[in-house]
Write a protein that binds this ligand. Sequence first.
Ligand code: FES
Ligand SMILES: [Fe+2]
Length: 337
Amino acid sequence: MNYPQSVRDAWHLVALSKDLACHRVRKTMCCDVPIALFRGKQGVGALVDRCPHRNYPLSEGRVHKGGLECPYHGWRFAGDGTCLEVPGCLVDTTRDDGLKASALRVVERHGGIFVTLSDTAPAEPPLPPDFGNPALDHFWWQQGCWTGRAFDAIENVMDPFHTNHLHHGFIRRRDKRLPVSLIVTSHGDGIEMAIEQTAPDLGMMSRFLERTRSRSVSRYYPPTTVQARWEGESSLTLCVTAIFTPVTEGSFMPFARFSTPSGTVPGWLKQAAIRLFLAPVVSQDRRALERQHEVMTHFGRPAFISGPGDILKTRLHRLWKGEALEPGSDPAVEVRL
Ligand code: FES
Ligand SMILES: [Fe+2]
């Protein structure tokens, strides 16, 4: 359980609201901590998935009378961990802190359920710009649990050079590249890479989905969020917020939230088009992260070198570990993508 403190102390997205109906329980896991998520009439509760009585998994219980009931002896717990009842014993258990289950702070925002394992996390999960902007159409895309490290997925999203090669034909092309300027700006609490170009990418996605393109910006919001924004001549065309929740050290849940300006094209159609074009790209990334993880596991640990295209160098990793960067912009780098 070798997570940096910054990761343990963060808010993590563990499920989408639509995947937890009322009176339902759902097992999830974050940073190796199994969690029983449940929704009662009072809202969502998150308990460590271990009944304090005899350690039965609470996620196998049922939601009953406003609490989560353990299947073994029927102890029932509220969202704050209070033991509401020990069946058969006519005593008030709600005042006995010794009977409490371990409860996590949980909030539900914009269709996502966030938990934190830490007492020191801020009151609200920090969310990037436009995450809940009502002027935009939003939809979520979640694809289960992937093999690999959450950090490597973050690096993958922040790395433009793999898109020519791994996603040849879909995002960019490896045989035909466009001149672009890369501008990296460090912020104390994050880093962004802007890609300036005069024509859309040569892959299929841009050809079908974009008319013009002047700029795209990817920004890392440590520890687990990356937001990529594509801008046309005058306004935003697409914003994708990806959140990578560490499940174990070698697995993570990727959540993506797509936001587009509301307009004449109906939201469902945009959603269908984006899913259609991105599905092969997503499975290429999934496979790459899985294969990379297999090799690192075989050799016992990662051993990375950075080449001339890795202009973020160690900065992503420093942010992941909770370090601050010296704010400022690097000189623009001219490359071909
Ligand atoms: S183990 Fe849960 S009630 Fe006994
Ligand atoms: Fe990719």
